[in-house]
Every structure is written in structure tokens, then in C-alpha cells.
Design a protein around this ligand. Structure first.
Ligand SMILES: [Ca+2]
Ligand SMILES: [Ca+2]
Ligand SMILES: [Ca+2]
Ligand SMILES: [Ca+2]
Length: 266
């Protein structure tokens, strides 16, 4: 039982995952509304039963969210309040503070440019994070972390992470990719748009071409995207590019709803 884990003084990474999935009833990657209500209630009960006080972090969390009906918390918020044995998920947060940093990391670790972070690439990512944080680890731990991280973020269960899945590592206010999820296009339409805005027809977007595209896109989707954030969007998306050359497959990660597996140079 996931709520029995809440009594624990320390929770393992996989127990933590069970807890998250247990309370995220609808599986949308967030604990919100009724889910959050029952999480808070059961957290308080479990601590009481175990003869433990709420920790300061838990108390602050309860105070902040108990009365906030619109609140939704992601996995990183949860990992920060539960006494998890290894808070390895927090290493991501420490390294990826902005959407631009996130996109740069994506570009680096999607080594085969498949448009996905597969398990072996995720493992390299985690290895670097652990080394940067000067955390001791062995091969077994690394495999466990990789497995857990994959399970946490792989919402569609295809065994690899797409950009939108991985972007849940970002704080919400930095995660404009969530918004772009709502303006993604079918492959055919995306290709048309790409050709239209690649004005010099050299097969990639430069910063000015992307700027023109984003302006029109924001104008057309004012309810979702923010015109005032165009330069933020642009900087982050350009971080996916190959030294300022944004090819079709890279832009497709953000704007195309379908899997576009054509070679980057087409
Ligand atoms: Ca949910
Ligand atoms: Ca890959
Ligand atoms: Ca996936
Ligand atoms: Ca161009």
C-alpha cells in the first residue's frame, strides 16, 4: 500500500514512485484537486500513526496547498517534501533551472539525435549529474536510478523519453513546452509551416526566421502563448539547434504532434 510508505522514516526511490502513482489517480503527471486533498490527509494520518511529527518541509507544504484549490504538484515538488532515501531526482532540478539549460542538455544527451532520450542516454545523463554533485554511486545504483527515472517520466510507456515527458523536470513557470503542447501540428501542416518560414530555403531556420514564425504563432494563439515571451521561447528553442542552424527534426520536437523521423538534413 502506497500510503503505508508515508509512515516510513525514509522512503526508497521505488516506494516514492509508488506513492506518486498512487495519488496521481488520473495519471496526468500531477497530483491535483481531490488527489492532492487525499494525499495531504493521508500524509498527516500516516505520520501520526507512526508517532512522527510533520517535518518543517511537510508542514510548509500542507500550509501552502491545503487551501489552494488550483494547486497541482509535480513529481519534483513531491520529492522535495518526502524523506526519500536518495533525492537523485533533485540533481536534475539543480542542473536544469531554465528551459534553455534544459534544451542544451537535451541536445547533448540525445546523442544519436533520435528525438528521444533512450535508457542508455538517460544513464549517461544521470552519471554526469551524480559526478557533478560529487555523489558516490556504483553501477547498480546507476541502473536503479535510470530505471526509476524512466518509469517516473515515461508517461506513454514506450520505454524512452520525448521532450515533453522530460520537460516535467522543469519548474512549471519555466516550462513553456507545456504551452506548446497545445499548439502542436500534424506532420503535414508542420512541414508546410517549416517550408514557409525557411524563407531562404536553405533547409534550416536561423534566428530571424524562427522569430518570424514565433511572432505569427503567438499572434494566432494568443490565449495559449505569450507575445511578451517570444524572445524567451526563441532562445530556448535555438538551444536545440546545431550552432544556430535549427533543422526540421529539431523544431519538430517542439511543434509537431507526430513522430517525424526524416533525416535532419532533408
Ligand atoms: Ca493527476
Ligand atoms: Ca536518442
Ligand atoms: Ca515515452
Ligand atoms: Ca533558412
Amino acid at each position: 500500500m502506497a500510503n503505508a510508505y508515508l509512515q516510513g522514516v525514509e522512503i526508497s526511490a521505488s516506494q516514492f514512485l509508488d506513492i506518486f502513482h498512487h495519488y496521481d489517480n488520473d495519471g496526468n503527471g500531477y497530483i491535483e484537486g481531490k488527489e492532492l486533498e487525499s494525499f495531504i490527509k493521508e500524509l498527516q494520518q500516516a505520520r501520526k500513526q507512526a508517532g512522527l511529527e510533520l517535518t518543517d518541509k511537510m508542514r510548509a507544504f500542507v500550509e501552502e496547498f491545503q487551501t489552494n484549490a488550483d494547486a497541482k504538484i509535480g513529481i519534483i515538488e513531491l520529492v522535495q517534501i518526502l524523506p526519500t532515501e536518495e533525492n537523485f531526482l533533485l540533481f536534475f532540478r539543480q542542473q536544469l533551472k531554465s528551459c534553455t539549460e534544459f534544451m542544451q542538455a537535451w541536445r547533448r544527451y540525445d546523442a544519436d539525435h533520435s528525438g528521444y532520450i533512450e535508457a542508455d542516454e538517460l544513464k549517461n545523463f544521470l552519471k554526469d549529474l551524480l559526478q557533478k554533485a560529487k555523489k558516490p554511486y556504483d553501477e547498480k545504483k546507476l541502473d536503479e536510478y535510470t530505471h526509476t527515472t524512466l518509469k517516473v517520466f515515461d508517461s506513454n510507456h514506450d520505454g524512452k523519453l520525448c521532450l515533453a515527458e522530460m520537460a516535467r523536470l522543469l519548474p512549471d513557470e519555466e516550462n513553456f513546452l507545456l504551452k506548446f503542447q497545445n499548439v502542436k501540428m500534424a506532420r503535414k501542416e508542420f512541414n508546410k509551416i517549416f517550408e514557409l518560414y525557411d524563407q531562404d530555403e536553405n533547409g534550416y531556420m536561423d534566428e530571424n526566421e524562427l522569430d518570424a514564425l514565433l511572432k505569427d504563432l503567438c499572434e494566432k494563439n494568443k490565449k495559449v502563448l505569450e507575445v511578451s515571451k517570444i524572445s524567451t521561447y526563441k532562445t530556448a528553442i535555438m538551444a536545440l539547434s546545431d550552432g544556430g542552424k535549427l533543422y526540421r527534426t529539431e523544431l519538430a520536437l517542439v511543434l509537431c504532434a507526430e513522430d517525424i523521423s526524416a533525416p535532419a538534413s532533408l
